[in-house]
Design a protein. Structure first.
Length: 365
């Protein structure tokens, strides 16, 4: 059958429309059009946060009377013992001088006597123990109620000491607790001894922890003083004492009457620091024959440490104050950590021996 040309044209248009409709995919309605957008991920890199490092320096606890690190907290907080030790020729060799934190040498009648302070360690035994003096009150009460170990004294001296802030550990007060005993190796009155362990056991909470008495170099720096070979002193009663720097021991060693001053163990007395406190002496109100060092106020001071010496002044505002040592430039005079001997000397009783000179050949003051 033949199809006319007009009908073929109409048929072609119809097919074309169908084809276009198929390609259109569903007409022109907006709701029928679905557009899918893939999510966009943006990568970000944060700069690392830098936290600055901080260093906290925790102070090392120091023993108050030596400036050395605390090893045992119980020892650090216990009271000090201040023992009066004899220096009469019949009392030598003494026991405990090389174990003391601080030793004060005082002028007394015709001799010298030692106020020997124990805290970081003790001495069993210690002695010979002798009588106290009124000068011990102003000298030692800065230790915060120290246990005062002494044989006794006359009525006036005893009354003043009992009223002071010294804890009375006299022979009569402490003998019942095993505080004292007599040695058969020495003759009376130079044979009274004690044990620091027994005295601490008898404290019963009366003593207090001692505050520092001096300032120390704790940064490991070297002292700024002048080099010295040592010093010589002539104390009351023509007591001749010398201190010589020992570079092997790195300490000052003590001589008495030109001979090595040794303890009962045969060890020469040695110290990390020697301090000369030049002070006036007056007579005690409790005993007109007893000199009394004036240790409250101010005066000249010399510090010997690590083979050097520094000149300056000392000051104490009152009997409860520690020692303030200042050099001629107004700077603090700092001790080396360790043990200290203090000479309570009258004016012109001491002389410095320059480095390179012989201590033995240097004239006595």
């Amino acid at each position: 059958m033949k199809i006319s040309q007009k009908r073929r044209f109409a048929f072609s248009i119809t097919l074309a429309g169908i084809a276009l409709a198929a390609c259109g995919g569903g007409g022109d309605s907006a709701e029928s059009t679905s557009t899918s957008v893939a999510p966009t991920t943006v990568a970000t890199t944060e700069a690392p946060t830098t936290v600055p490092e901080t260093t906290t320096t925790v102070p090392v606890p120091l023993m108050p009377l030596t400036g050395q690190p605390v090893v045992d907290e119980a020892i650090a907080v216990r009271p000090a013992i201040a023992a009066k030790i004899d220096n009469h020729p019949g009392a030598r060799p003494q026991t405990g001088l090389n174990e003391a934190d601080i030793v004060y040498e005082e002028n007394v009648e015709k001799w010298t006597r030692f106020a020997v302070v124990f805290h970081s360690q003790g001495a069993d035994p210690v002695g010979p123990i002798r009588s106290g003096r009124t000068q011990d009150i102003n000298l030692l009460t800065s230790l915060n109620r120290p246990l005062f170990l002494w044989s006794g004294g006359n009525g006036a001296v005893t009354s003043l000491i009992q009223k002071s802030e010294l804890v009375n550990m006299s022979a009569s007060a402490a003998s019942n607790g095993g505080g004292f005993f007599r040695s058969t190796d020495m003759k009376a009155p130079h044979n009274l001894f004690s044990k620091t362990s027994n005295i601490w056991a008898l404290d019963a909470g009366r003593g207090g922890t001692p505050p520092p008495q001096f300032s120390y170099r704790t940064d490991g720096s070297a002292p700024s003083g002048k080099p010295t070979a040592g010093l010589k002193l002539t104390m009351d009663g023509n007591m001749k004492t010398a201190w010589e720097w020992d570079p092997t021991m790195m300490k000052f060693v003590r001589f008495h009457d030109a001979k090595a001053h040794v303890d009962s163990n045969g060890v020469q007395i040695n110290m990390d620091n020697v301090v000369v406190i030049v002070c006036e002496y007056k007579f005690s109100s409790a005993d007109k024959n007893s000199p009394e060092a004036q240790t409250v106020g101010t005066g000249a001071a010399w510090l010997f440490t690590q083979g050097t010496w520094t000149e300056g002044t000392w000051s104490r505002a009152d009997n409860l104050s520690p020692w303030t040592l200042t050099d001629t430039a107004g700077e603090p005079m700092l001790l080396s950590p360790g043990r200290t001997w203090v000479e309570l000397a009258r004016d012109k009783q001491a002389v410095v021996v320059p480095a390179g000179s012989s201590v033995a050949d240097t004239p006595w003051p």
